[in-house]
Design a protein around this ligand. Sequence first.
Ligand SMILES: [Zn+2]
Length: 341
Amino acid sequence: MARTGAVLPVALGALAACLGVALVTQPPGGVGDGFRGRQGAEIDKRAIEPLDVVRAPGDLGEQAFAHARTLVGFGQRHPGTPGWSKQLDHIETTLAALGLTVQRDTWTDRKERITFTNLAATIPGKRPDRIVLACHHDTKCTQGHADPEHNFHFVGANDGASGVALLLALAPVLKATPREATIELVFFDGEESLDWAWNDAARALFGSKRFVQKHRDAQLLGKEPRIAAVVLLDMVGRTDLHIQDELYSTRELRQLMWSAAVATGHQAAFCQRAEAAADDHKPFLDVGIPALDLIDLNGNPHWHKPTDTLDNMAPASLQKVADVVMTMLPVVERRYALRTD
Ligand SMILES: [Zn+2]
């Protein structure tokens, strides 16, 4: 993913810092709901909706951390590496052990000559409309770049493994509870930019772009229920967790995330700063599907650095995100999947 639009002048930034004010990006025009890829306005933190708290099991953070340890043990996991293959197998066997059917979508990008694989598994609910819970499984390739500073040993503990690990740990919990909407767990490949720079996702988001295109094609043929909303987990395990108010995400979903953070007592780790981040939710937003990115990018010193290791992750952080997701999810199901318009 990529930071975008940090445009405030240095002097204003310094003033903001002096005043203890969070430095934020300014939405163009100050309007927008995250649809069609526009940045929206920051959330209103005073608008807190009372929610029924749904806590994840107390050891879920530990379970997710154990998955992350396994994934990191596979080494680098960009497409074509042995670690990438092992990780796909780990995701598949973990979900299959729960009785879930895993769909592998493997394709070769003609231009890049790279073979990618998305994985998806469906947990049926009362309604066919789907809520997609997603992450990316590839890690940033940190070899072969022109700038020697971009070539280093990298295991992507948070950027990559944490989202996968949390989805795997959540899967049995989600499956054990009857759900209003169908939940689809999706593990995207090729999120990371092949160029070191983001370059407006010209060579990134391969998996999510393909997923959305296939979904659109299937819907045109009447072959697939609609995707009602998307919740994306990316970099959700840092010890000093801070899930930003990500400004591309649908504002209504960001407000809901904030309410869930307050309800669960985890608000210190959420929405203390606001910034847009281009990520796998963008292709969904671009076709009008509401989407939320739970991402810890703003102020994260380990992003695409050798220090993105398990040492800088904590089970307690994964637990907090799990609590917020579990608390939000029933509301997302009711509000989006049961909507008839
Ligand atoms: Zn990354």
